[in-house]
Design a protein around this ligand. Structure first.
Ligand SMILES: Nc1ncnc2c1ncn2[C@@H]1O[C@H](COP(=O)(O)OP(=O)(O)OP(=O)(O)O)[C@@H](O)[C@H]1O
Ligand SMILES: [Mg+2]
Length: 303
């Protein structure tokens, strides 16, 4: 199936969840979510006990949910899937009035599914559904600790990375950094401001002044993150910066490292060097990585 067709089906599916799941179905999903802590597969008897639902209602509900692939069935019991978690998060945000309509899937995230959404007042927002990818965490020594603790639980990891990104965006936007403002979060779903712009790697032409301004605004955010929030992005490159009205917005923060934690200084150096190298190659901008590094560390006041 072509890529876009697959995603418009996914969109239709989420909207169908919103339209067809009843209160009982949602109670079942929420109970399965709560019981994930203790059970990989929740035994049916336990679910009945917890929900105090007539067995016939429960089994009808489960049938619907399995058919929609929001729930997986096995011999030992039933278990929530990513799609079930998507439904819970999407419905939560929609019913609380944060989302009017789900739009196109944008970007080609390897670790998250990113959608345009229409906000209630008609403006655009972005909904990022985290997928618990581990690729980007490889560099993060602390991830080994997470991985052990989570025992490969992708749903839990997705919720954790989403919480981390939400926190980082909150701290950064509170301090006026150029990042998308977070609007709301539910589980592994983060709703944020839409930045109308283009990823740096797609930007073919820019005058010297413009290129300089783009690099300086990106480094300004890296500096604020380091000096005021005490975090390092850790995956900064021309793929995670959007150029908008001549200024850079840094996106995609879940893998941040805290200043002082092992690997943070190396990650900062890597972030700055990649960015400076990109501007030098693409736009022949003459800025030294060492100077940029002193700037983001606050050793020099300007660049
Ligand atoms: N707030 C936003 N405004 C506009 N576009 C956005 C926004 N957030 C994400 N995007 C688009 O979605 C793409 C993927 O977003 P992001 O980098 O946050 O997700 P990801 O899944 O971590 O991606 P990857 O694994 O490719 O780095 C971005 O490259 C960008 O095109
Ligand atoms: Mg990205």
């Amino acid at each position: 199936m072509p890529h876009t067709a697959r995603w418009s089906l996914f969109r239709a599916l989420l909207e169908r969840f919103a339209a067809t799941l009843d209160a009982g179905d949602l109670r079942v999903l929420r109970a399965l979510e709560a019981l994930r802590e203790s059970y990989e597969y929740v035994p049916l008897e336990l679910l009945e006990l917890k929900l105090k639902m007539p067995p016939s209602h429960l089994s009808r509900s489960l049938e619907r949910l399995v058919e929609m692939r929001a729930v997986r069935r096995a011999e030992q019991g039933v278990s929530l899937t990513f799609r079930g978690l998507d439904a819970l998060a999407f419905l939560h945000l929609k019913r609380r009035g944060y989302i009017a309509r789900l739009g196109e899937r944008i970007g080609a995230g390897k670790e998250g599914d990113v959608f345009l959404v229409e906000l209630p007042e008609g403006e655009l927002g972005v909904l990022k559904l985290h997928r618990g990818g581990v690729r980007r965490f490889r560099k993060m020594r602390r991830y080994r600790g997470y991985a052990a603790e989570l025992r490969g639980d992708r749903l839990k990891l997705a919720v954790l990375t989403c919480r981390r990104e939400h926190w980082a965006l909150e701290q950064l936007s509170k301090r006026g950094a150029l990042v998308p403002r977070p609007i709301a979060r539910s589980r592994h779903a983060l709703l944020q401001e839409y930045i109308e712009g283009v990823e740096l790697y797609k930007l073919r032409e820019a005058g010297e002044q413009e290129a300089r301004e783009l690099l300086l605004t990106a480094l300004g955010t890296v500096r604020k993150a380091y000096l005021e929030v005490a975090i390092v992005h850790g995956d900064l490159s021309e793929y995670n910066v959007l150029a908008s009205n001549g200024r850079s917005y840094v996106i995609d923060w879940p893998q941040y490292l805290r200043v002082g934690e092992p690997g943070a200084e190396e990650a900062l150096r890597g972030d700055v060097e990649r960015l400076v190298r990109f501007f030098s190659r693409r736009f022949s901008l003459d800025v030294k990585a060492e100077d940029a590094l002193s700037y983001v560390r606050g050793i020099r006041g300007e660049l």
